[in-house]
Design a binder for this molecule. Structure first.
Ligand SMILES: CC(C)(COP(=O)(O)OP(=O)(O)OC[C@H]1O[C@@H](n2cnc3c(N)ncnc32)[C@H](O)[C@@H]1OP(=O)(O)O)[C@@H](O)C(=O)NCCC(=O)NCCS
Length: 165
């Protein structure tokens, strides 16, 4: 197991983790049988790939900020904070993933804890998280971070959890 010398933290996308990001995402995509074609462009011009992802951007029709979870040279995953809910509330305020080589080491649980602090700093006091019913691992991440489940499923068939008051 690779030991991390620095506590992982959420940072804005950075070219400093180029190799780790590309190889981590590739391993993750392949482990899920997902499309890896976007990696070709990202690896050819990583500076542009990063530049397109830095700062507050309008995505899903709302202001959103993307963070990478990074320890030194290592890229572990990403987290996006939507500053407000989309019209249909799909996806909630925060979405995240940990790339496959770094999964099951508590990183998502700690990453979401940091993401909740970021959300609060953006004025989101009550955070909505949505999880597919078959995503037991993400459900555990949310519950470990104080998520309280609502009955029923939303229009996307996902369970809604609220953190904060
Ligand atoms: C869901 C996901 C973020 C979990 O990341 P992670 O870093 O492995 O999560 P953690 O290490 O914090 O583990 C959370 C819990 O899930 C369990 N878990 C994670 N991976 C597991 C696996 N492969 N098998 C069994 N349990 C697993 C952990 O043991 C832990 O349980 P515990 O709290 O009872 O100890 C990751 O699998 C992922 O990115 N999946 C794809 C994208 C996704 O689903 N995002 C969330 C959308 S809502």
């Amino acid at each position: 197991m690779i030991s991390l010398s620095e506590t992982p933290r959420l940072v804005e996308p950075t070219t400093a983790v180029r190799v780790s990001c590309l190889t981590g995402e590739q391993a993750d995509m392949r482990s899920r049988g997902a499309d890896t074609s976007w990696l070709a462009a990202a690896s050819t011009d990583f500076e542009a790939f990063v530049a397109e992802r830095v700062g507050v951007r309008e995505r899903w029709g709302v202001p959103s900020t993307l963070f990478w979870f990074v320890s030194g040279e290592h890229y572990l995953g990403s987290l996006v904070v939507r500053h407000r809910l989309t019209e249909d509330e799909g996806g909630g305020h925060i979405g995240y993933h940990v790339v496959q080589p770094w999964q099951r080491q508590g990183h998502a649980t700690r990453m979401l804890a940091q993401g909740l602090v970021v959300a609060r700093s953006l004025g989101v006091d009550r955070v909505l998280l949505t999880v597919a019913p078959d995503n037991e691992w993400s459900r555990r991440v949310v519950i470990a971070n104080g998520g309280v489940a609502e009955d029923g499923l939303n229009h996307e068939g996902e369970q809604r959890f609220w953190v904060g008051s």
